[in-house]
Design a protein around this ligand. Sequence first.
Ligand code: IPD
Length: 271
Amino acid sequence: MNDQELDSREAALAMVAREAGELARHLFLDRDRLAVTMKGAQDYLTAADTAVEKFVVDRLASLCPGDAVLGEEGGRHGSGEAIWVIDPIDGTENFAHGIGHFCVSIAFVTGREVRLGALAAPMYGELYLARRGRGATLNGRPMRVSATAEMARSVIELGWSARRPAAAYTKLVERVLATGATFRRVGSGALGLAYVADGRTEAYCELHINSWDALAGILLIEEAGGWVNDFLAGDGLMQGNEIIAATPRIRDALVAATSIGKGTMGDARTN
Ligand code: IPD
């Protein structure tokens, strides 16, 4: 894909992410009227997830016809190696409980490379954007990961889902606390990754996360000078993967403590 083709997709992405964030904000403020169902244990689906995904898919189809899409709710459509990966509401559990910590996450991938990423966190008025090789911004301001080198000063978000055993999660918490770091779990993996990119926290780890939750945030971190394991290793796009994302200064200590990323260090990189 040449620069011009990527330029037009970058412009489309910024516009669609902003619009989708606005739609999510309106739906959140009017959430008493929205149906909420369960996809599984502690796995929520609101009518907003479906509505925002349809909006994003339709907008991208008209702005970038021919590109494939993979949505959390609607699955994969289209073929070819250029694909948009969409989480309409990341942090659905928060959304369903009236907590505004959620975002729309959209990534553009060619082959095994995330080229563009956007997160809109409408209740905070935040739009995060990244393009591979050209940096990451929050509302137009360049982002940089934290310079903290000590675990005892580090804040690490540990994502959780029922897709992995509870005992594996509590063990992870223990291992991280044993390093002297503290941990948090705020319920949006995408925003958790964006916070690493913006230097608000030092790392994000999860035993399994889906590509729609993670890909935009991964690019934000890499473009902000952070490090992420090779998430797309194996069939990460369709099956998800483990994730460990950190500032370069605490990466080795964190990998040693958690063992996450040992099998997917591969060709991981930072910029
Ligand atoms: C979930 C959130 C959560 C993460 C889970 C995801 P959803 O996505 O990002 O923080 O720990 O792995 O499934 O259901 O809110 O889109």
